[in-house]
Design a binder for this molecule. Structure first.
Ligand code: DC
Length: 226
């Protein structure tokens, strides 16, 4: 038996986090949502009106940001805390989605988040989803998945997900946000979203949720058994 790291990267809204959660559950691994960390940092930037061009303000903000995950005793899921406050719901809102790619393109922000992500994954047995996990955070990860799906399908899925939480957002607005985040995430100077050579690409456009989850579990089990 081998303890492995599973890196799940890909475009916004392809179902990375829900897939990663299920894969982690099936394997008895820990799920780590690296996007939640960038979202929590973004929430701090929004609340404190930090100018993303002002290096001093950014450094000061980063010194005041403490992000942690704590397990919810009822749902048994990890929830995101910013300076001791549960922000799990707040960070999924459109306002955060609109600013998160800009904040996560700041090199100082990335340095801080990556350092913490590496510490969190140091014990292995983790499934971490994000944009640069296989390329930068854990280039040594045994299993790297690169997920993609058609923009229209991603927007539909995200709309349904938001509706289930009682949030109404226009389909065009979601589509615009996903496309804009793809643009910034793939074109930023530091560790942009790329499919690394040793990643296995999964296009989920025509896959059901259980199909995409089972595909990854099968690949992981082959490596764990080795
Ligand atoms: O996975 P998500 O949609 O919650 O991520 C939100 C944003 O955070 C995403 O648009 C880009 C950024 N991000 C990143 O730059 N690197 C990561 N490893 C994870 C997320």
């Amino acid at each position: 038996m081998h303890d492995i790291i599973i890196a799940l990267d890909g475009y916004s809204g392809c179902g990375k986090s829900s897939t990663a959660k299920e894969v982690a559950k099936a394997l008895g691994y820990t799920y780590l949502d690296s996007g939640a960390m960038y979202r929590a940092a973004t929430l701090y930037f929004i609340r404190n009106q930090i100018d993303v061009q002002n290096t001093q303000a950014i450094d000061r903000a980063l010194n005041n940001i403490d992000i942690h995950f704590y397990r919810n005793k009822e749902t048994l899921r990890n929830e995101t805390y910013l300076n001791g406050e549960n922000v799990e719901e707040e960070i999924r809102k459109m306002e955060v989605s609109e600013h998160v790619s800009a904040v996560s393109a700041i090199p100082e922000v990335r340095r801080k988040m990556v350092k913490q992500q590496r510490t969190l994954g140091a014990g292995r047995r983790v499934v971490m989803d994000g944009r640069d996990i296989g390329s930068h955070v854990f280039p040594e990860a045994e299993l790297k998945i690169f997920m993609k799906a058609d923009l229209a399908v991603r927007a539909q899925r995200r709309k349904k997900e938001l509706e289930e939480k009682g949030v109404e957002v226009k389909l065009e607005e979601i589509e615009r946000n996903l496309a804009e985040r793809d643009r910034i995430d793939t074109s930023r100077a530091q560790s942009p979203l790329v499919k690394v050579e040793d990643a296995i690409e999964i296009d989920t456009t025509n896959l059901s949720f259980s199909e995409q989850v089972n595909k990854i579990i099968k690949l992981a089990k082959e490596l764990i058994r080795k």
